[in-house]
Design a protein around this ligand. Structure first.
Ligand code: NZQ
Ligand code: ZN
Length: 385
């Protein structure tokens, strides 16, 4: 295990009815900006519930944060927060609203001219408004981490940034608030949490049995509860396990002290920026191709993954490892998430543009060994056709 610092200050308020706790978490009289997305929280009553719990605060609202939140939209919220002198932000929504809120929190006190510098990491985050979360979509883990992914439409760029100042103060995880998710978003959430775990687990062996077995437990849980949640959307126990698995998949715990990959995510971001794939769709396309392309480097962990996650114990190790990759693809497809570029209308002739975008964004040495060059990324995309 490598040396590591583990820091996670986010307080979790888990379970039915926990939105009422907002009354205790946010002091009376505080000027609060509530942020939300395209209206799902209006339609299902979650926004009204949050508002009711904040009757003791001075609330302003900013809606319209879109999936893959854009700098262009978010700057409107920055302006509103400055005008209303907001002291606290409450994000009510999924990963896009949470990530957008992290950007707003950092941009409001930013003294420089262009807050985009925070996203490109030209300028460090030196201050941020405090914020909390009411989660409505289990997927990203943004509710308990300090990262965010922001799109600048005018540049066709989707970039990740983060800061220890950008952990939520608290996150309300009420599984029943996710009941109105359509099947596509449930499936997306399962795939995203699954791939987050894989990015931190399926690298090369180091002696890290705690992290490994914790990761395997998350993966097996997602394989179990994903289909149940799709089939029986109101089944509380499965939904609750899914929510908690998604949160733990990216709150720093399983990644502490172990090598991490993230090449699938970086290539996936380009697919979303250029072709508008949902985040999880992009991962479902890239991951199986990535694992096949880098089979040799990942062989030992693939064999472990095959045995412990997919219960593949018959036949030779190499065959089992390839079978595990096939089962991963089949799992995504069984949830309804397509795994080929051509399923999304992307052709071989599009690959050059994607590789060029990776180059522009400095993604030339990805992966746990920094050996995923542009050539390797190109081969991954070719395999994904
Ligand atoms: O916008 P509304 O109307 O709210 O509808 C949303 C949106 O259309 C809908 N939705 C959310 N909760 C709902 C609901 N519909 C019905 N009932 C509910 N309870 O779902 C749609 C997708 O929402 P979005 O927030 O975009 O999805 P997700 O949570 O998957 O977030 C994706 C974003 O997070 C980033 C992705 O890149 C993408 O931009 N990520 C953030 C990470 C992080 N901060 O750590 C890590 C991830 O790898 C990821 O990159
Ligand atoms: Zn992700």
């Amino acid at each position: 295990m490598q040396n590591f610092t583990f820091f996670n200050p986010t307080k979790i308020l888990f379970g039915r009815g926990r939105i009422a706790d907002l009354a205790k978490e946010i002091p009376a009289g505080q000027r609060v900006l509530i942020t939300y997305g395209g209206g799902s929280v209006v339609a299902n009553g979650t926004l009204a519930e949050a508002r009711a719990a904040l009757s003791h605060a001075a609330v302003t609202e900013f809606g319209g944060i879109e999936p893959n939140p854009s700098f262009e939209t978010l700057m409107g919220a920055v302006q509103l927060a400055r005008e209303t002198r907001s002291e606290f932000i409450l994000a009510v929504g999924g990963g896009s609203v949470m990530d957008g809120t992290k950007f707003i929190a950092a941009a409001v006190p930013f003294p420089g001219e262009d807050p985009w510098d925070l996203v490109t990491r030209k300028a460090p985050v030196q201050a941020a408004l405090p914020f909390g979360v009411v989660l409505t979509l289990p997927a990203t883990g943004s509710e308990m981490n300090s990262g965010a992914v922001i799109t600048r439409k005018s540049l066709g760029a989707k970039l990740a940034f983060g800061s220890p100042l950008l952990f939520p103060r608290f996150s309300v995880l009420d599984p029943t608030k996710t009941y109105t998710l359509p099947p596509r978003q449930i499936a997306n959430g399962v795939v995203d949490a699954f791939v987050h775990t894989v990015e931190q687990y399926l690298t090369f062996p180091t002696y890290a049995p705690v992290q490994d077995q914790f990761s395997e437990s998350l993966l097996r849980t997602l394989i179990d509860v994903g289909p149940i949640t799709l089939r029986e959307p109101l089944q509380y126990e499965a939904r609750a396990a899914f929510v908690w698995a998604a949160t733990l998949a990216l709150n720093g715990l399983i990644g502490a002290g172990v090598p991490q990959d993230w090449a699938t995510h970086m290539i996936g971001h380009e697919l979303t920026a250029k072709f508008g794939l949902d985040h999880a769709q992009s991962l479902a396309v890239v991951l199986p191709a990535m694992l096949e392309e880098r089979f040799e480097a990942k062989r030992d962990k693939l064999v472990q993954y095959a045995e412990r996650v997919w219960n593949l114990r018959e036949g030779d190790a190499e065959t089992r490892a390839h079978q595990a990759i096939r089962q991963t693809r089949a799992f995504f497809e069984s949830l309804g998430v397509k795994t080929r570029l051509t399923d999304y209308g992307i052709q071989a002739s599009d690959i050059q543009g994607l590789v060029a975008a990776l180059e522009t964004h400095g993604m030339k040495a990805l992966g746990e060994k920094k050996d995923v060059t542009l050539d390797v990324s190109r081969r991954v995309l070719e395999r994904a056709l």
